[in-house]
Ligand binder design. Structure first.
Ligand code: ZN
Length: 226
């Protein structure tokens, strides 16, 4: 089974990808993790990416695409994968298809986790991160045991400037501009599964598993009828 998870920051892609990968025993491929590992292992792509990260710039799309393709070429994803954070724009979606079309099957579905702006702002503005080990907490949904202190390493938690309410709206606008074309691209390909994602994570996960329990061929037929 091959899945792509789309959704705005705060829609729950990372959380759902992690749970799905456990439930379905599929490789979870997150672009954030790929970048961190490549830099840590000092691979050629990691070295290139490091230059951008260190100067506070965004890692360019073509580098991220290369990393994802390299990861998808490894043996442990032959049974399937869950892509989280990729593709971010239409160009990357096309490049992913180019690569997958060289494989025996390029049958995959894209879940679009669609949460309202109100939900996204609530989730993102409650996020707190450990400055030391990068563990992620949430004031309401996943609070640390002790106020503003990391459960794992006892360091102080902080709010990323990105997660302050006034900047969240900007992030969402940028995201929508880039990703709306990806949603449309998959919709035209008859791959898109549109899912409301305002409910709590476990309920959204149940819904996804229910949908995925439908055989893929049937799913495709059903989608054609919609
Ligand atoms: Zn920590």
């Amino acid at each position: 089974m091959k899945l792509v998870l789309l959704g705005a920051p705060g829609a729950g892609k990372g959380t759902q990808a992690k749970s799905l990968s456990k439930e379905l025993k599929l490789a979870h491929i997150s672009t954030g993790d790929l970048l961190r590992v490549a830099i840590k292992e000092n691979t050629p792509l990691g070295q290139e990416a490091k230059k951008y990260v260190e100067s506070g710039e965004l890692v360019p799309d073509h580098l991220v695409t290369k990393m994802v393709i390299e990861r998808l070429s490894r043996e442990d994803v032959s049974e399937g994968f869950i892509l989280d954070g990729f593709p971010r724009n239409r160009q990357q979606a096309v490049e992913l298809d180019d690569f997958l079309s060289t494989k025996s099957t390029c049958n995959y579905f894209a879940f679009y986790l669609d949460a309202s702006e109100k939900t996204l702002i609530k989730r993102l503005s409650g996020r707190r991160i450990c400055g030391m080990c990068q563990a992620v907490y949430h004031l309401v949904n996943f609070p640390p045991k002790e106020d503003m202190v990391c459960d794992h390493c006892q360091s102080e938690l902080y709010q990323r400037p990105d997660d302050k309410e006034e900047t969240i709206k900007n992030r969402l606008a940028v995201y929508n501009r880039q990703t709306a074309p990806v949603v449309e691209y998959y919709s035209k390909q008859n791959r898109l599964i549109h899912l409301k994602a305002d409910a709590e994570a476990s309920l959204v996960l149940d819904e996804m598993l229910k949908i995925l329990a439908t055989p893929f061929t049937l799913l495709k037929e059903q989608k054609k009828k919609v």
